[in-house]
Design a protein around this ligand. Sequence first.
Ligand SMILES: CCCCC/C=C/C(=O)SCCNC(=O)CCNC(=O)[C@H](O)C(C)(C)COP(=O)(O)OP(=O)(O)OC[C@H]1O[C@@H](n2cnc3c(N)ncnc32)[C@H](O)[C@@H]1OP(=O)(O)O
Length: 392
Amino acid sequence: MAKMLGARWCPSALRSPLQVISFPACQLHVSRRAKNADQKEFENAVTQLKLLKKDPGNEMKLKLYALYKQANEGPCNIPKPGVLNLINKAKWDAWNALGNLPKETARQNYVDLVTSLSSSSASSSQVKPGADKEQQGSENVVVTSEDGITKIMLNRPTKKNAITTQMYQEIILALKAASKDDSTITVLTGNGDYYCSGNDLSNFNTLPGEIEEKVKSGGILLRDFVACFIDFPKPLIAVVNGPAVGISVTILGLFDAVYASDKATFHTPFTHLGQSPEGCSSYTFPKIMGLAKAKEMLIFGKKLTAGEACAQGLVTEVFPDSTFQTEVWTRLKAYSKIPPNAGRISKQIIRNWEKEKLHAVNAEEVRVLQERWQSEEFLNAVMNFFSKRAKL
Ligand SMILES: CCCCC/C=C/C(=O)SCCNC(=O)CCNC(=O)[C@H](O)C(C)(C)COP(=O)(O)OP(=O)(O)OC[C@H]1O[C@@H](n2cnc3c(N)ncnc32)[C@H](O)[C@@H]1OP(=O)(O)O
């Protein structure tokens, strides 16, 4: 992630002395001392901060540093650095200026500040209500809104649309924006010959910190990503233009319709990668396709053709690749004419029966995966992929 997100404003990549202020987010071990009531929120804010796309600037970083220290250690308790020690002096001044501010207040202020930074970054990529053909997002995740349809397109075709940590974050923001815009339906699709090759296997190299920290922030990112699909309030449709792998397949169980080209395949090779199912698939797949077929996919990594996936209920309908885009988009345009509120309410009444269950499944799948990510099996699989000794 440092490469994908942090590089634009990673302290060590910047030049002026103040720009090398190290981020409080790097000190996760200290945050464990935060009080129970707010600890989760506080830790989430620490992770959220690392996922910001824009450098918040030195002044803001100093504020965050000071609040972080105050929240964890109380009033400034270190000797004042010398005047020539510019960076540490600036940090000391900021912390010392908080005086006797209670830890709880500092923690809350830290969370509020990070929330405001995140939402201003989110609002800059939000689809405005009524926008026609408005283009949002980034190079790798392109968001457009037209004729009552918000389309979120994975656009990294040279890497088969593998999802980087930055893309996870961008998809989360795009879904949050789409949930509030005036479109009737939301569509996820891919550009190029693949729909998506799943998690970018280099994500663990690029996440910052030691293994414990990578596992922790990877887990939070995955949980938040899947939670957005569980909670998405309006009809959500996947347009699967080509092969789909890993997490791009598992989350299909959370969509309201899945349309696939006959060139698409569906592959969840988790065990081959030393991993375990996510995206709520350990619950949705057995429910959708029955236990036996779900286990063939999730334990043994059986790859399904589009026809097989349709027969097993994971895919709604398959179209010939030659007419796929025309036929599907004609269908979607017709669907986008349903009364929007009726669409939302109908989706929600179906989803709400099991929303709580799905969040519990998500949390447990993430917990188990976090253990897997520390296993030799997983590390070997990733090394093999990049040394090109193994391919799925
Ligand atoms: C933090 C949240 C964690 C969530 C947990 C999620 C788990 C999963 O999603 S597990 C599934 C992970 N995905 C994979 O294991 C797929 C790996 N990719 C492949 O096996 C193959 O690339 C292929 C079958 C998808 C396509 O094969 P082929 O047509 O031969 O194309 P290339 O292998 O040459 O790929 C072109 C280019 O793209 C890079 N690439 C493809 N997929 C990924 C990926 N998942 N992660 C990183 N990079 C990927 C591939 O390395 C090639 O790059 P270059 O060599 O630089 O051209």
